[in-house]
Design a protein around this ligand. Structure first.
Ligand code: XMP
Length: 521
């Protein structure tokens, strides 16, 4: 196991992700973790970046025992600065905050091959991604430069006799082309970790664990949405306890076109899972009446969901003679990280809607079979469990549904327009072979009207914005773009305008994340 200590950087979870991709199990813990209290012995430690400066009076400090644990340490960005600061070097603010690509020049040390290990198989100029306001201005005693950039003389350093390394750039983001090679050099070669973390071993272990927790008669309820996570969690639960698992699908009125029927067919008919669909569309739409603020929409949908789910679960419990003791949740590791990671001064961008609030009210015990996994591990697990490719590769769909893709008030008519346009869009994406290349695509309905001409008549109708992004982790995203794709968009636009009543204009969203987000609200 590799220990990753989080100092509150936006990218901390990505480090974890990349290390797991190498087949190495790792855990992310807040930087306040004391080495003495650790429940495992790490083979290596990575210190993350941070929004803080090491000289801030409230800057997060690392437990000094980290450097005496006798295992290799890699400091990334703030991690490097903290290590430098702690060990007697200096850190200074740069003239300008450096953000973006930089060219790294690697320096080899033929007399000290251990220092070269971090950049093994990387020679000459290497493109990396920087995001920092401070940088090392004097290395700590015993440390030497192993790479520099035009503006950062200490872009990477290594200790001459201890396995301590520091880098100013971010190997965990995909923009750092050599990032994965560098992390591999650290965890496999320097830390000597084995790469045996696989999904096959996970299934058997997890089914056994669920059976043990639930016992021979216990029952479990869980919400399903048709997304990969809840479906994989439901399938795993069904494999473990069969009909003692009860799935509930809440129709909130803002699902995609025909979604509820599709999910019922897929989980109920094909997988044999006990599933109940609760039609609460009118209740949700009633509560959303007149609401235009994105956060308010999210909160209403989240709270109403809990209300409906609890009522359904109570009914099932009554029918089952009061035997429901557990709640299944498809929580993934990024959510776990979010709740345990060190909170820097980062602001809440959006309130994500999950079923987290359920536990406060219901007296159920939580089972989260996917809580150690990242999304692509869940996909691999889904494939191993025999789920269709179509399902395994489904684009993510947000809990608040198309309510956050209809800007302004959500009404039945607006839902119908957004749904129809989205359906055409996704259908075309699939039939033209783009679905797997795109990470997430959808149609949003804008609350503006534009003038158009159809036949000889003036029209004054609404605008659809199409979004398609490529991303590995949904934390940053680029727009999906190519010449052929734009030709395809042209055809899609004409289909939407011709077939969807109330729309006379289609635009393509060309904003990356950041500064935009993937969803419009
Ligand atoms: P943003 O818009 O924050 O979205 O760039 C990142 C990813 O999260 C999805 N998303 C949600 N998923 N509940 C969810 O389960 C939510 O409330 C929610 N809001 C956004 C979004 O679709 C994208 O994949």
């Amino acid at each position: 196991t590799v220990l990753i200590l989080d100092f509150g950087s936006q990218y901390s979870h990505l480090i974890t992700r990349r290390v797991r991709e190498l087949g190495v199990y790792c855990e992310l813990l807040p930087c306040t973790q004391k080495m003495a209290d650790l429940h495992f012995k790490p083979k290596g430690i990575i210190l993350s970046g941070s929004p803080y400066s090491v000289y801030d009076h409230d800057a997060p400090r690392v437990d000094p025992a980290v450097f005496d644990a006798g295992v290799p340490v890699l400091g990334i960005c703030y991690g490097l600065q903290e290590m430098t600061n702690h060990m007697g070097g200096s850190v200074e603010a740069c003239d300008h905050r450096e953000y973006g690509h930089a060219m790294l020049t690697v320096t080899k040390h033929p007399n000290n091959p251990t220092m070269d290990k971090l950049f093994a198989n990387l020679e000459g100029n290497v493109q990396v991604w920087m995001s920092h306001g401070d940088q090392v201005s004097k290395a700590a005693p015993g440390f030497h430069v192993i790479a520099n950039t035009r503006t950062a003389p200490y872009a990477a350093v290594a200790h001459e006799s201890k396995p301590l390394y520091g880098i100013q750039f971010h190997p965990e983001v995909t923009h750092t082309v050599c990032g994965q090679t560098l992390l591999k050099n650290f965890v496999i070669d320097i830390c000597q970790c084995s790469d045996e973390w696989t999904m096959e071993s996970f299934i058997d272990k997890e089914i056994a664990r669920i059976r043990k927790i639930v016992g021979p008669t216990g029952r479990v309820v869980g919400a399903v949405s048709g997304g990969v996570d809840s479906t994989v969690a439901a399938k795993l639960m069904h494999e473990a306890i069969g009909d003692r698992f009860h799935a509930i699908l809440v129709d909130n009125g803002v699902m995609r076109l025909n979604e509820c029927q599709l999910v019922k067919k897929m989980l109920g008919d094909h997988m044999g899972i006990n599933i109940k669909v609760s039609d609460a569309a009118d209740l949700f739409l009633g509560k959303l009446k007149g609401v235009t603020d994105p956060e308010t929409k999210r909160k209403i949908i989240g709270n109403t969901f809990i209300e409906v789910f609890e009522a359904e679960a109570a009914l099932i419990d009554k029918e089952a003679g009061g035997e429901i003791e557990f709640l299944l949740q498809g929580t993934l590791y990024p959510d776990v990280i979010e709740s345990i990671s060190f909170k820097g001064p980062s602001a809440t961008i959006k309130t994500h809607h999950n079923v987290g609030g359920l536990l406060e009210d219901m007296k159920l015990k939580l089972i989260e079979p996917l809580r150690e996994l990242f999304k692509d591990e869940v996909r691999a697990l889904g494939k191993l469990l025999g789920l269709d490719d179509e399902l395994v590769w489904r684009h993510p769909f947000p809990g608040p549904g198309i309510a956050i893709r209809i800007l302004g008030e959500v009404t039945k008519d607006q839902v119908a327009i957004a749904r129809h346009a989205d359906h055409i869009y996704i259908e075309e994406i699939k039939s033209n072979g783009y679905y797997r290349q795109i990470s997430q695509a959808y149609a949003a309905l804008l609350p503006v009207k534009a003038v158009g001409v159809m036949g000889d008549k003036r029209t004054y109708e609404q605008v659809i914005a199409l979004r398609a992004v490529e991303t590995k982790d949904f934390m940053t995203a680029d727009i999906f773009a190519s010449a052929e794709w734009f030709m395809c968009l042209k055809r899609i636009s004409s289909r939407i305008i011709n077939e969807v009543k109330g729309v006379n204009r289609v635009v393509y969203d060309i904003s990356s994340k950041p500064p935009a987000t993937i969803e419009w609200e």
